[in-house]
Design a protein around this ligand. Structure first.
Ligand code: PHE
Length: 453
């Protein structure tokens, strides 16, 4: 039966779990990806679908992951396996765990490339490269940097080394301290930036309208799929990251309340990032649909024009880098925990092994903006684009369907009731959303996207 402690360590408190899970959720997905996919998909209506997905699908699935993780107290693969068997179901459910561990590799392989860009921008901003910059300079600097295979490769490799180092030190020590100071500082700086954009850009209303005016005729099923994929990605759902962290969560804390808190923080950071970036886009005559480079062009421009921007810009990018690391650690945790359990390896060995594989796979993405920029895998998508599209829009939501079905229908109701004790008033709502709404909604979006193409 379910153990009370995990062999990998435990969070020291409920707050620590919230911080760690928020550390996983808040990352490049909020600051880099949310603004640019919202921009590419026309803003307003896309944002609304995204928010609906967060609340109706994301929170219930996050609660499901915490529940499964905490009841199983092992790596997602083994937690799914043993809980399925305890519930009289097939041990084949562990496949969901496998798929998640694989998704973690795939996501980190391109995530680390963008995180590498962020690291290099720490130095660029700190060196004053953008002081007084105009849109052309910001654009050319970005193009020049991503076009240089060696520097992209170097920073990407550096980021993976950092991730492996912190992961090897284990839950607790490495992560808890990082997140405790990082999160609040990041929040404060974002608020400062929103105020800056509101006061100085002269285009704040335009930015707000872009994000919140709902023009539904611009919406296709393809963009609904991308909005849903973004909801999964930004909350770290569908691949076992939150499940792995749930395994280290103390008993007797409210699961639904915790999931809601994390989702609200995460959404707050994403919306604030949008409120910083879009006013700057309009103020500088940039394209809202500029793609993955959006943040790397707009933010340096803003910092270049702001008093003390060299200093604040450098700090801001350092914080984004930390936010990326705390997410990256959670991307490898499912695989690392499994290797430790199965091969009885130390965390150091497990982290090195995973890091090496991710690095190899990531070469394709690191070179997608330079050496391989003309190599398309599917349609017009580079290796990088393909990895990003497949993981976020297909693998994570698919994992989410199975996680919801497992938590809602398969898991022995005694285990479920026991874990959800602390959530009584919301338990029936969660159960309804998890059993019906989440799996059906994700399936409908899959089918409609497929039919429309
Ligand atoms: N949620 C993270 C972000 O927004 C990315 C992530 C996805 C982390 C999936 C873990 C699992 O940056």
């Amino acid at each position: 039966m379910a153990a009370t402690d995990s062999i990998h360590g435990m969070w020291s408190s409920r707050l620590m779990f919230i911080l760690a899970a928020a550390g996983s959720a808040v990352g490049l997905g909020n600051i880099w990806r949310f603004p640019y996919v919202a921009g590419e998909n026309g803003g307003g209506a896309f944002v609304l679908v995204y928010l609906a997905c967060i609340f109706l699908i994301g929170i219930p699935i996050m609660a499901s992951e915490i529940l499964i993780g905490r009841a199983g107290r092992q790596s997602p693969i083994n937690a799914m396996r043993s809980l399925a068997m305890d519930s009289g179901a097939s041990s084949g459910w562990q496949v969901v765990g496998w798929m998640g561990a694989l998704a973690g590799f795939m996501i980190l392989s391109f995530y680390a490339v963008i995180a590498g860009w962020v690291l290099s921008y720490v130095i660029l901003l700190g060196s004053g490269a953008f002081v007084g910059a105009d849109a052309d300079l910001a654009n050319n600097t970005f193009q020049g940097f991503v076009g240089n295979a060696w520097s992209v490769l170097g920073w990407f490799t550096g980021f993976i080394v950092l991730t492996v180092f912190i992961t090897a030190r284990g839950v607790g020590r490495g992560l808890e301290t990082t997140v405790k100071y990082l999160m609040p500082t990041l929040f404060v700086l974002l608020i400062v930036l929103v105020i800056y954009a509101a006061v100085t850009s002269g285009h704040f209303t335009e930015g707000v309208l872009f994000l919140f005016s709902f023009e539904f005729e611009r919406l296709t099923w393809g963009s609904v799929l991308i909005a849903m994929g973004q909801a999964f990605f930004t909350l770290s759902l569908g691949m076992g990251a939150i499940m792995a962290y749930g395994a280290y969560m103390p008993k007797n804390t409210s699961i639904i309340g915790t999931a809601t808190t994390i989702a609200l923080m995460d959404t707050g950071v994403a919306l604030m990032s949008g409120l910083v970036i879009f006013p700057l886009v309009f103020a500088n005559g940039l394209e809202s649909s500029a793609g993955p480079g959006l943040m790397f062009v707009t933010l340096p421009l803003a910092f270049g024009q702001m008093a003390g921007g060299q200093f604040f810009g450098c700090i801001f990018f350092i914080l984004v880098a930390f936010a990326a690391i705390t997410s990256a650690i959670s991307l490898v945790e499912p695989a690392v925990a499994w290797i430790v359990e199965k091969l009885e390896a130390t965390r150091v060995v497990a982290a090195l092994l995973v890091g090496a594989l991710v690095w190899l796979l990531g070469l394709g993405s690191a070179f997608s903006t330079n050496i391989l920029s003309d190599v398309f895998i599917v349609g017009e998508m580079t290796f990088f684009d393909t990895m990003d599209y497949v993981t976020n829009n297909i693998v994570l939501p698919l994992g989410g369907i199975f996680i919801a079905l497992f938590a809602g229908w398969v898991l022995d109701s005694k285990i479920r009731d026991e874990e959800m004790k602390g959530d009584l008033p919301y338990y029936p709502i969660w159960r309804f959303l998890t059993r019906f709404v989440a799996p059906v909604a994700v399936s409908i979006v899959f089918v409609m996207t497929f039919l429309q193409n």
